[in-house]
Design a protein around this ligand. Structure first.
Ligand code: BES
Ligand code: ZN
Length: 636
């Protein structure tokens, strides 16, 4: 039997005072918590070179300059190290970093070596903790520059912004991209506190996933310095930065939103329910522990819908629909403040612990703020996506298990997100909401600011929710977490959720009847109808659909995307200019990849179009989106 009680490394004191003080003088800093690391085999992260049991980073202090002309960041990373008594070196992760010099912070040079690079994992950067004179240090300062094509960073030309005047920068760290601009141990199980001093040219503002300290300092050379602190230990993929011509609008007392001036009013209106969402989340699963909850609505090149960077959620502007109908996104990123940021998957093969638990939590927030009709419809859409994926890859495909051992490739977001959420929904239904909620809350409380694994949640569910082997058996806990497919006790969506829409779909399929009430439908209902449409439609049918339902003029990008995808799947030439325009400014992988895929699937018709468009748009995408499209076009 595999050990399921986490062994907390003995290396670690429960509290310790971190040292370096680039942004905050050491004497003014609160003693910060050092989070434990897990040492069981299931918590071993194959994506890092770090050997945290020998030496681990506990605090990162960045002092960096943003160079928008060279599209480079560079400066100093000062790291506090907790090392075993006999450890003589610390191993970091580095992807394309240029290391200039490493010292102990007192001017003494330290030896370092960059090992061989292995694709996206990058290379091990090993630093000696003992100097030439034999003195040991627990502090290293790295002078460095990120590479010109740092994978985490996207530098936007002014034309790629709403304002068209100033350049823009943002980062995306998850999963293992932050090693391209920060030399540290880039593993979700090695939590670190951090602080940063960032300089940027005027008039740009800088935000980070930490609390800003005071007003920016004018450096007198056309630049300003911004200071940030994250005093809670976080997984390093959660360190994030954005800089541009951006303004702030408050939403509630601890919530607000940043966006370019041209986008701010629409952004502020769309996220108007955020304070209420935070209150709903707290009522469900305990206090919000991060202080402020702010958001930034980025330019449309941002490769994801949202990213849960602590105290500063990053959002795509494509979620703005004018009616808050895509605000499940905000609920989702907010929920990560518990599942993901507070309790974090120790390894990426357990990312259902982040995304599945969050998707469940998201739906509970949506239910509390927008009501059970909308929540049930979103559950039904998610359930349909699980079935689609299972049909596509087969119910015995290893990638359909929630826990993904190293070497297996997940069958995608319908598993990690939707099957993960369906698991918790099933437990809720089987054990009752009250009991289930108490269990989930104690899970968050018990593991706050710590990493977790599938084995740990399995043991916890067994002990604290099921209470007996027989009940664990009945709930099928093991099958849900470790087996492919969908256990037969799955809580099915409410069949009434889409009764009206599904009747309208049937009528349309029979004789082309126009769906009655389309204008008054919820966005989820429209998406359901669009997904129900026959996959093969001819040009006349598509033209009629567009004319009757105004699909190509939709202000909701989720609906517009479904229409454009359907149009490309059916070689509908009149929609090509709009697809080209869309792909020319939207970089969100969820939209970009399937649109290129739909074109790619229509070989003789679509491939020349896809190649022509991609030749123009590739350089406007983040490395994540480029990678996704490159891969699909590499396949026959
Ligand atoms: N953390 C994810 C984004 C992510 C996942 C980045 C994996 C890198 C690797 C974020 O919380 C997310 O799930 N975003 C979704 C939101 C949706 C499910 C509401 C997205 O971007 O579409
Ligand atoms: Zn997520």
């Amino acid at each position: 039997m595999r050990r399921i009680i986490p062994a907390i490394s003995l290396l670690l004191a429960s509290t310790a005072c971190t040292t370096s003080g680039v942004a905050v003088a050491p004497e003014t800093r609160e003693p910060t918590m050092i989070a434990p690391i897990l040492t069981t085999p299931d918590a071993l992260d194959a994506s890092t070179y770090a050997k945290p049991q020998e030496a681990r980073v506990t605090h990162v202090a960045l002092d960096l300059a943003l160079d928008f002309d060279a599209k480079r960041v560079g400066g100093t990373a000062a790291l506090d190290i907790l090392a075993a008594p006999n450890a003589s070196e610390v191993v970091l992760d580095a992807l394309g970093l240029e290391i200039l010099r490493v010292t102990d912070g007192k001017g003494r040079e330290l030896g370092w070596r960059m090992g061989a690079s292995e694709g996206e994992k990058g290379a091990p950067l090993t630093i000696d903790l003992v100097d030439a004179a034999g003195a040991r240090t627990d502090h290293v300062e790295i002078q460095y520059r990120a590479g010109a094509d740092a994978e985490a960073l996207q530098w936007l030309r002014p034309e790629q912004t709403a304002g068209k005047v100033h350049p823009y920068l943002f980062s995306q760290g998850q999963a293992i991209l932050n090693r391209s601009w920060i030399p540290t141990q880039d593993s979700p199980g090695i939590r670190q506190t951090w602080e940063a001093r960032i300089t940027a040219p005027k008039p740009l503002d800088v935000v980070m996933s930490g609390i800003i300290q005071g007003e920016p300092e004018d450096l007198g050379d056309g630049r300003r310095a911004f200071r940030f602190v994250m005093d809670k230990p976080v997984a390093p993929y959660l360190i994030a930065i954005a800089a541009g011509d951006i303004d702030f609008a408050p939403v509630g007392s601890r919530t607000g939103v940043w966006a370019e001036p041209a986008t701010l009013a629409r952004a502020r209106a769309e996220v108007g329910d955020t304070e209420e969402m935070v209150e709903a989340a707290e009522a469900l699963y305990g206090p919000y522990r991060w202080g402020r909850y702010d958001m930034i609505v980025l330019p449309p090149a941002f490769p994801y819908g949202g990213m849960e960077n602590p105290v500063m959620t990053f959002l795509t502007p494509t979620f703005i629909a004018g009616d808050r109908s895509n605000n499940g996104l905000v609920a989702h990123e907010l929920a990560h403040s518990w599942s993901g940021n507070l309790v974090t998957n120790a390894v990426w093969g357990d990312s259902w612990l982040n995304e599945g638990v969050t998707s469940y939590f998201e739906n509970r927030i949506v239910e509390a703020v927008y009501g059970s009709k909308r929540a049930k419809q979103e559950v039904a859409l998610d359930y349909m996506a699980i079935l689609e994926t299972l049909d596509e890859v087969g119910r015995d495909a290893p990638g359909t298990a929630l826990h993904q051992p190293d070497g297996t490739e997940s069958a995608g977001s319908a598993i990690i997100y939707n099957k993960g959420a369906a698991f918790l929904r099933t437990l809720e239904k089987e054990t009752g909401r009250e009991r289930f909620d108490a269990w989930l809350r104690q899970w968050f409380d018990k593991h706050a600011f710590q990493p977790a694994t599938s084995d740990m949640i399995y043991a916890d569910l067994k002990a604290n929710l099921a209470g007996s082997d027989a009940e664990a058996e009945r709930l099928k806990l093991k099958e849900w977490i470790y087996s492919p497919g969908l256990p037969d006790n799955v809580a099915k969506p409410d069949p009434a959720a889409f009764a009206t829409v599904d009747a309208a779909s049937a009528a349309y399929a029979k004789d082309g009847t126009r769906p009655v009430g389309w204008e008054t439908w919820t966005s989820a209902e429209r998406q359901r109808f669009l997904k129900n449409l026959p996959r093969k439609l001819d040009a006349a049918e598509l033209a009629q659909l567009d004319e009757r339902l105004g699909l190509s003029a939709s202000g909701n990008n989720e609906e517009l995307f479904l229409w454009l995808e359907l149009a490309m799947t059916n070689r509908y030439q009149p929609a090509v200019p709009q697809v080209e325009k869309f792909l020319g400014h939207v970089g969100r992988t969820k939209f970009v990849r399937p649109l290129f895929q739909a074109l790619w699937n229509q070989s003789d018709w679509g491939r020349p179009i896809a190649k022509r468009i991609y030749a123009e748009t590739r350089e406007t995408y983040h490395s994540v989106t480029q990678g996704a499209v490159d891969r699909l076009m590499a396949k026959e």
